[in-house]
Design a protein around this ligand. Structure first.
Ligand SMILES: O=C(O)c1cc(=O)[nH]c(=O)n1[C@@H]1O[C@H](COP(=O)(O)O)[C@@H](O)[C@H]1O
Length: 267
């Protein structure tokens, strides 16, 4: 099934647009998982058990898995999320010349990592994105990122009068495939602008929670026909940092539920 149809089903089933970011910083893992064989997998498994009822998607960021054990932990995590019927967006910010991009796109294959969607960077242009687009998988193109340096290049004005991020949004909206856009909740005005340029694109909106972005704007502009994702990573997975044992993971579940309810108030 095409990614955004599947996501729409999941959003309806959970009444949630929450993406739970699985960014298991090894320095922040609780003691009761650090003695396990694959601590990141042990951690993610407990987080998934605690949060899946409220999760429209999981979004592991590849940066937290780029070592041999990490890759195994990521594989296990994706398979476990699928077992709970939750789609997985691999946040890898890929794209490259054709033959290289084709290899990156294997993350989306069933015999690769089997992710359901991926984040990609537009800097190398259309052909660098093409290998990700000829499947049912979702492809979220970075348009206006949530970090303060996101303005350095993305806000530059082109000779045409549009900004770089506006051009990116227009280009992505014209691509054939399951295309969405990444726009940070820390840039609510830009969120509104991108929505006007790409009215039919679902957005992945990171930057709420730990980065302090605007959750209401994320919902108001992030969804197209009710479909889109609002992500929180540290704000959910480390919500129980001061708790211990089962309470640690209960706090993550409570944080995911609270975020779902808060976002639903604005839907
Ligand atoms: O592509 C992303 O998901 C992303 C884009 C962006 O503009 N800003 C951003 O924070 N992200 C990712 O979203 C997650 C945010 O994590 P928290 O700040 O802990 O909620 C991280 O995995 C970031 O890499």
């Amino acid at each position: 099934m095409a990614f955004f149809d599947r996501l729409a089903e999941r959003i309806a089933a959970t009444d949630s647009v929450v993406s739970v970011g699985l960014d298991p910083d090894p320095d922040r893992l609780p003691e009761h998982v650090t003695d396990r064989d694959l601590p990141r997998w042990a951690f993610n498994r407990r987080i998934i058990d605690a949060t899946h009822e409220y999760a429209a998607a999981y979004k592991p960021n590849a940066a937290f898995y780029e070592d041999p054990d990490g890759w195994r932990a990521l594989e296990e995590t994706i398979a476990y999320a699928h077992g709970k019927d939750v789609p997985v967006v691999l946040d890898a910010k890929r794209a490259d010349i054709g033959n290289t991009a084709r290899q990156y796109a294997r993350s989306l294959d069933p015999d690769g990592l089997n992710a359901d969607a991926i984040t990609v960077t537009p800097y190398m242009g259309r052909d660098a994105l093409a290998p990700f687009l000829n499947t049912d998988a979702g492809v979220f193109v970075l348009a206006r990122t949530s970090n303060s340096g996101g303005a350095d290049l993305q806000d530059l004005e082109l000779a045409s009068g549009e900004t770089v991020y506006e051009r990116v949004a227009g280009m992505a909206a014209d691509l054939q495939g399951e295309v969405g856009l990444v726009v940070g909740a820390t840039a609510p005005e830009e969120l509104e602008t991108v929505r006007s340029i790409a009215p039919n694109c679902p957005f992945l909106v990171p930057g709420i929670g730990a980065q302090g972005g605007d959750a209401e704007a994320a919902v108001e502009y992030g969804l197209s026909d009710g479909v889109g994702l609002v992500n929180s990573s540290r704000g959910i997975i480390f919500a129980g940092e001061t708790a211990s044992g089962d309470d640690y993971f209960r706090a993550a579940g409570a944080a995911a539920r609270q975020l779902r309810d808060r976002l639903n108030d604005s839907r």
